[in-house]
Design a protein around this ligand. Structure first.
Ligand SMILES: [Zn+2]
Ligand SMILES: [Zn+2]
Length: 153
């Protein structure tokens, strides 16, 4: 087992890529590398999201691509609620979900945004995230804890 230098999880050798020239094991696991690649590839979407928030709130939110990247890494590139991994198709992309909705004074800032699939994002609407989450079949204390850890950072 080897420790990934990004998520710090212990993983088997097969969960790492090999460098093409040296054939040595990469220091980051495949999952972390793939999440980062995907976030970088979708940076135009991030720009669109931030500029939309700007029109809504009047000022440019302090919300960077690296904030979204870290959120994606924190939640393993999956919906923070139901655990559905992000797919390539547009309908399978993850939304930037405000834990405290904008309508309730939440901001577009690092600790208030987590990845959520369209279904969860829409299903939750403006409800309190925890109350809504506890009513779902896929609720788990572990996932709720992961969200609380993200807020506390
Ligand atoms: Zn990793
Ligand atoms: Zn979901």
């Amino acid at each position: 087992m080897y420790e990934c230098s990004c998520c710090h999880k212990m993983k088997p050798e097969c969960d790492f890529y090999r460098e093409s020239y040296t054939n040595s094991r990469t220091s980051q696991c495949r999952e972390c590398i793939n999440i980062k690649r995907r976030v970088t590839r979708d940076r135009a979407k991030h720009g669109k999201f931030v500029s939309k928030e700007k029109i809504r709130g009047g000022e440019t939110p302090d919300y960077k691509l690296v904030d979204w990247r870290d959120a994606m890494l924190h939640f393993g590139g999956a919906c923070a609620y139901c655990g559905k991994p992000e797919g390539r198709a547009k309908k399978d992309k993850l939304d930037r979900d405000h834990l405290i909705p904008l309508s309730k004074g939440g901001k577009t800032e690092r600790r208030n945004i987590i990845p959520a699939c369209h279904k969860c994002n829409r299903g939750r609407g403006n409800k309190d995230w925890r109350e809504w989450f506890e009513e779902q079949d896929f609720f788990s204390e572990d996932k709720a804890k992961l969200i609380e850890d993200w807020v506390k950072q």
